[in-house]
Write a protein that binds this ligand. Structure first.
Ligand SMILES: C[S@@+](CC[C@H](N)C(=O)[O-])C[C@H]1O[C@@H](n2cnc3c(N)ncnc32)[C@H](O)[C@@H]1O
Length: 212
């Protein structure tokens, strides 16, 4: 059997979580401006969200060139006028590529969306995300996180505990984060917690706002 002829990758979880995530994004994202998606992965979320969240500009990104190729391939397959080409961004970089280019001259960056990254990367990635969001978000801009979290240092479900263990076995620097630690890190970078939403499969949506 021939393999697909393009670079599209597939992450089945995106099919399951995209609707509940979209529901929250529709409520919490500012109605205009640009949304930078950090850690877009395959790009399946980007092609699903962009047309549904128009007229906002959707800017996908990922540090992995293969993921950027997948995002570009998905964008070609399911084009959307407001979906921008993917950028290579590793949140641990002290300066992100968007800071070097006048990307937001016509459409200010009003939100950053980050789905399922901070537990599958070292804690320094979470800190880099907060620092970058604080540097580049417009005043009052939104940072949206989605994924599993511990609360008060405890897992909220046995499945999350098992997932945490499997993450740490893959890489000791990975692991399900404690919500309170994430909120504390965010507050050091002028990002205040606005709301926490319980999501399917023991995940949370966590929304921060950049203080003026
Ligand atoms: C589990 S995938 C999630 C992808 C996508 N958001 C989704 O929900 O399907 C984790 C993603 O985080 C990205 N990532 C890991 N470390 C990163 C970092 N330091 N900066 C930005 N992205 C990172 C990976 O390249 C990968 O695409």
């Amino acid at each position: 059997m021939n393999k697909p002829q393009d670079a599209r990758q597939y992450a089945p979880a995106t099919q399951r979580n995209r609707e509940p995530i979209l529901e929250i994004l529709t409520q919490v994202l500012p109605t205009d401006g640009s949304v930078l998606e950090i850690a877009s992965g395959t790009g399946e979320h980007a092609v699903y969200f962009a047309p549904r969240l128009s007229p906002r500009q959707w800017i996908p990104s990922d540090p992995n060139p293969l993921h950027c190729a997948s995002i570009a391939a998905w964008s070609k397959h399911l084009p959307s006028e407001n979906l921008q080409p993917p950028l290579e961004i590793d949140v641990r970089q002290p300066v992100w590529i968007v800071e070097k280019e006048a990307l937001f001259a016509t459409s200010p960056l009003t939100a950053i969306v980050n789905i399922n990254m901070i537990h599958i990367s070292p804690w320094t990635a979470c800190l880099g995300l907060m620092a970058g969001a604080s540097r580049i978000l417009s005043s009052g801009g939104i940072l949206y996180l989605y994924g599993p979290f511990k609360r008060d240092g405890k897992h909220t479900a046995p499945s999350n505990a098992a997932f945490d263990e499997s993450l740490r076995a893959q890489n000791p620097e990975w692991g399900v984060r404690n919500l309170e630690d994430v909120v504390t890190a965010a507050s050091r970078d002028n990002l205040s917690l606005v709301n926490v939403y319980q999501m399917p499969a023991n995940n949370l949506s966590v929304v921060f706002k950049k203080s003026c």
